[in-house]
Design a protein around this ligand. Sequence first.
Ligand SMILES: O=C(O)CCC(=O)c1ccccc1C(=O)O
Ligand SMILES: [Mg+2]
Length: 369
Amino acid sequence: MRIEKIELFHIKMPLKFTFKSSQTTLKHRETIIIKAIDELGNIGYGEVVAFNEPFYTDETLTYSKDILKNVYIPNVINKDMEHPFHIHLWSDPIYPMALAGLENALVDLYARRQKKSIMDVVFNEETNDSIYGGIALGDLDVESLIEQINLYIKHGYKRFKIKIKPEDGLNKLRAIREKFPHIQLLADANRSFKNGQIPMLKKIDELNLLCIEEPLYSGDFQAYKKLQEEMKTPICLDESIQTIEDLNTAIKLKVLKVVNIKVGRVGGLYYAREMIKLCRKNNIEYWIGSMLESGISKMLHVHLASLKDTYIPGDLSPSKRYFEKDLITPEITAENGIIIVPEGYGLGVEIDEDTIKDYTIDYKIIGGE
Ligand SMILES: O=C(O)CCC(=O)c1ccccc1C(=O)O
Ligand SMILES: [Mg+2]
């Protein structure tokens, strides 16, 4: 396969709700959609899931765009490639979300070219035909959280993730657990608890959570190890694990029980697969995370969440929850909280380029001369 042309669409999608975490408030989701075209006219899409501000990791969309234009895209354009993962021989994940977006576009293209599903290209193993969706809720007030959970329980959902901060996180979780004793509940603190607030964190143990994501401000592995020794709720690492080396270190230090693997954060499907292999070898639970992206990423995550040994099937719920109009046809939908994994080639859905163009605020084309 030879990639002849790459288009970058910097898009800005209005969110249907304001999403608050301990670190940020989002009313729009900006990402970069990458469209890759090969010498036969096959097309594949990927999404760069960085944000405008470095609240989650250091990578911002400005950095992503620069490295794509100056390094990652020139490294692949007009070269013969046998497999999309060969991109990783030529480019390092300095800005992993940029590299992942490009790699994902090449994998989607390659799978469509081979008339295979993306999972058949990346994982040669049996997967589930459907997954249980779950609802990730921002840091809302207690009344709104309860209202939302009630609503989605009526729609068949059983799993909820709540964003928390030290000031009121414990009280919110207590109120929710009291009202809903049987739901599967997770919390994500996005590194907001400082040392003095650790006693409060330990009280979360009373609430029977599936896990708590990244509670500690320090992000320090030794501090996580100590905390996990003192808590029975599994601690789930997310932003602390960016590279295979991070994961290896965490495994060696016996820090880790659960890890949230995000394709963007780790530099693409190749690295995500390596991490999954490491988790399996070391009996560590893993699951596939998301970050309010368009259906181009979220559908990829639906595919990965269909692996049979994930801890939970991820932060995945219908497109319509997030956006008036998503970029894929059909959009992600759920029936009774269950999402069907599409069967077609590549991502298994069509990409709606008119909608991409409607959301585009900056455009660049490379190659194709
Ligand atoms: O896609 C979703 O609904 C989950 C959103 C989410 O938790 C998140 C959103 C933005 C940045 C970081 C995170 C996270 O998982 O830490
Ligand atoms: Mg998280």
